[in-house]
Unconditional design. Sequence first.
Length: 296
Amino acid sequence: MIPHYPAFMGALSSLPLPATADLTDLRRQVRDWRQAGETIGCVPTMGALHEGHLSLVKTAKENADRVIASIFVNPTQFAPGEDFDAYPRTLDTDAAKLATAGCDLLYAPVASDMYPDGFSTQLTLEGPALGLETDFRPHFFGGVAIVVAKLFNRIQPDLAVFGEKDYQQLRVIQSMVRDLDLPIEIIPGPTLRERDGLALSSRNAYLSTSERGQAAQLFLALSGFADDLAKGVDWETAQGKALAKAANTFDRVDYIEARCASTLAPLPAGPVKQPARVLAAVWLGKTRLIDNLPVG
Ligand code: PAF
């Protein structure tokens, strides 16, 4: 059993697994594991953990000797007016779930440590960051990239696991790691779904009972879109059909698009002749849902 370091903060010391908010403690633990010849996997999260997150922890555990999960509701990826304040913060239950999933250490830094006064660095992203989420949340990937880069520098893992549920985020992080020569393997984790197809997401907790009933229509719209493309229907026609279906159910459709699966570049006109992905973001009341599926 790994000891709880004395410097762990009060609230964290009572959790059912070793946990720290302190960078020195984190680095000491990572150094000890490395000196023992152990490899380290990490799973960055914002908490409000569900089975999807836990499957990422299990994947990390299958591929590394030790797993560090981080919980940090990252302010730089939320714009003013978005749900930063409302985002569920459930540290105790998250810690219990992480302990059960085999996580070795919870790292839960505070915002003033991650972004001290005078913090002035930003990352500019292109390639897979262009379009889709960026058209509606232009601040988002800059915030994600900076926090993930900081977490990678702090933890220095051998590998990190990110969910395919946030497919554009996954591709942005894979590109960042490649472009910046970070020696970290990025492992994708499959999306976990409810029985009716709704992708597991921390934000599903915002849905009312009737919205929850409608939410699975997103999976159905994307499945129909992906099936049409796999059958050779040109993407413009298939997208029009999927948009009409989504517009009937959802209060707003931010996008429903097909893109190249690896670069996320727009597809050439007509039937799809390369590995592709369909991606969507829609609103039910105050809840924004995103999802995606492979074509074929
Ligand atoms: O996917 C998330 O939960 C967040 O965007 C991440 C990767 C933890 C960065 O804050």
